[in-house]
Design a protein around this ligand. Sequence first.
Ligand code: G1P
Ligand code: ZN
Length: 565
Amino acid sequence: MQIQTIQTNAFDDQKPGTSGLRKKVKVFQQPHYLENFVQSIFDTLLENGEVPAGATLTLGGDGRYYNRHAIQTIIQMAAANGFARVMVGQAGILSTPAVSHLIRKYQTFGGMILSASHNQGGVHGDFGIKYNISNGGPAPEKITDTIFAKSKVITQYKIANLPAVDIDHLGETDFGGMNGTGKFTVQVINAVQDYADLMQTLFDFSAIKQLLASGFKMKFDAMHAVTGPYAREIFINRLGAPTASLMNCEPSEDFGGGHPDPNLTYAEDLVRIMFAGDSAPDFGAASDGDGDRNMILGKNFFVTPSDSLAVLAANATLVPAYAGGIAGVARSMPTSAAVDRVAAQLNIPCFETPTGWKFFGNLMDAGKVTLCGEESFGTSSSHVREKDGLWAVLFWLNILAQKNKTNSTPISVAQILKSHWLAYGRNVYSRHDYEAIPTDAANGVIQHIKAQFDRLPNQTFASHTDKSYMVKTCDDFSYHDSVDGSVSHNQGIRILFDDGSRIVFRLSGTGTEGATLRIYLEAFEPDSTKHDVDAQIALAEMIQIALQISQLKERTRRTEPTVIT
Ligand code: G1P
Ligand code: ZN
């Protein structure tokens, strides 16, 4: 194996966002673009010395277009940069939580996940790379900032002249080490097995199996993305569900032309099935491109991700892995405070972090939290260091199995939510996204709100009813990591009202076209006679106040959000 050093020119736009670097496929296809970024990652890792002897890199992606090309390039570059082994999922497939698990289980040095998550795929879609560190979690800001700095000054990268590696057949191949010395092996592993085994250790598979055999109907939509093979192994092979329980389980390079984002807008086929009245299945779920997101539905019922986190926390002891209780919970700042109420009742700590899974890693490593979640359809626990779509689905099934075991009348998803709200009150919640707006207009909206920071407190906004809303405080959220002492600024604008309602404005860090402005709306409703009110109606006044404060319509000329969740 010979190592080549290739001269290159730096790009100035390789800044990792909320979750890795995401760009249009066309951008990644520019000569040296992929290589520059990968070398910048390696240079960052090597800053404190060489790659340790025998180090393994875990590698896989969500099967989107350009995955296969990138895998070959990264294998060649890992070889040239001193890795002894690359562990790659068969056909280049590995879900994000599976990579996290493999890094932890086999104690690999780190991992690369090739995915732009829920963004569209295909030649005209997006591609992305995320780097995960040895705890299995996304690289923290300190590392991603260094990667960006290095990408701006890079002048060369190293690549080995390996033949194309057959990633479709299981097994390990030795290509010989650098310049003929040592070993460099590529191990192609079963992408599903280790992950499915892990799930089986966490959940009561026999109880879930019994539930699924009792006439309880489920539908899981893999959205033509990475969880298809995982779902087949877990739900069909191990839990005995009929094959009709699954849809869109064949991964495709462009996700069947769809948007692999499990929400009410983009998972419309599943939503139609789950809202088909009496004939609808009892339970529905979907997962995103790389398998870390989840959407949970009941018969004619949508569970908001914030509520889902709260329900999982409140019912955790029904699941074998959490039977002894949970240490604490964490949620991203824009996620509703529903889980805070559960934590208070359980007398466990609840942490509020910035958006993005990377902020949960330290808390989990320190044993301070067991469950974490984001309003953006992300939920998980310390079994890995990523959010985990199928884990959340199995958690719900385990809860349903237990609740239905001890009750003669079936308990539905909707009933679980309603009794949860009865016990804790309801944090009514919605997020409005305005996608692909001109960057200047989006920045203008944020500046306009910030310019009002001095005057907003104590200002009262009238409503159509007799109610009025007074602003208590507003700020741009900063996070102080209690484990490593780091501080992250500018994490989203919060406007808090005296009745506990809240509006949050944030610019997305994952989009690839213009800017995406997210408005997160929340109000607390203790009165159970009002728990059935549709969130858009219950939050109508908050929505008007958000538009008034932001001048969003005037500044962006948008009249409607692109996506409402
Ligand atoms: C979005 C979500 C965030 C999530 C991230 C990766 O980031 O809001 O919660 O962690 O995707 O899945 P954003 O586009 O808002 O920066
Ligand atoms: Zn994802």
